[in-house]
Design a protein around this ligand. Sequence first.
Ligand code: GCU
Length: 422
Amino acid sequence: MSTVFDAEVEAQSKANYDEAAVKPYSLPDPLRTVEGREVTTPELWVKTRRPELLRLFESQVFGKTPTPAKPIVVTSEVVSEDSQALGGKAVRRDVTIRFGDGPNAPHMDLLLFLPKDASATHRAPAFLGLNFEGNHAVSNDPGVRVPTCWMRETKDGKIVDHKATEAGRGSVFDRWCVDKIVGRGYALATVCYNDIDPDYDDGFQNGVQPLFYRPGQTKPDPDQWGSIGAWAWGLSRALDYLETVPEVDGKKVAVMGHSRLGKTALWAGAQDQRFALVVSNNSGEGGAALSRRNYGEDVAHLNTSFPHWFCGNYKQYSGHEEKLPVDHHELLALIAPRPLIVSSAEEDRWADPRGEFLSAKAADPVYRLLGTDGLTLKEWPSPAEDSLSKGTLAYRYRPGKHDVLASDWDAYLNFADAHLKK
Ligand code: GCU
């Protein structure tokens, strides 16, 4: 019996990885309005072009966040606190954030580690990121709740659906490097993305979407959000909460994500300008990579393997990337002038590392128009363990696989020190 996993491996093996076979393409100009007006001033960008691009990404790519039929009452509760976490180096809080007040109101659990010396007068900058495996998997801390949400993982080449268990505690410890982050003076907040919308195609019956339906509506309209939009909304609600935490500097919250959650971090950062810094780790197609470049994954694959991630209107671009009214350098440009890292891994050809670099390069004119130094790299670099280019729009290209490594965190922390601590 073939599985979703087999289909995935087959799709990845059939993709184009030959630079010589990349067809010529031309990118939309981020500094020209749909009507053809050249954007020559920051004012024109802010008032006209940025909102126009945002609307195009909303209606054609990720879908817009609907206005709920009834305002959603969001409440939070600290379920447990440990002032001696990480061997006494951190304070850990396990928080429940509820959306709505009914008995079945969806909720997300937010796990927060604070450096021990953070206080209302010495507030810590923070990294916020969604995780795949559950909050209990991020560290070995025995006090963190095991999540109750649906989970999926790949075991021995097979997809397995299950609920998280104690066995997963600390399983992605080395992806999150909590000790390192807290040791460098940053808070870390994380939420399991399945709490916001379980990552499978159920016609949008679970997760937060139903909270937003009009009377009689049963699924999002073609221009309304899919799961990535919902996950990004959850990140903004997590930021709302962080803004209320006395020990966190709400004006210095970086949003970070890996792979599909890198796409999500970019979309959250593009929409919510309160995010002070954005990190895209191996986000690939539908994230930092250019869609018009036929290398690695394509839009058709996203739409068929993950039909719930993007909006309904995005389906029309399967096999027709050239018809997209935007490309993903413009998603990066929506983050300007805030600091942004686009990070690629050499063996992650599916995510098109060079396409991620070229995307950053094509976003550079917007960063420069807005008065920053933009991307200082001119050419796609060779991969290097300690790579991180200078500039407000930075690019990292390291050897190795699609993953988050301790050395990635070193680079992100150095970048955050340069931009958030100055
Ligand atoms: C698949 C998908 C990618 C995605 C990745 C992930 O490989 O094709 O677009 O980034 O899953 O999120 O793990």
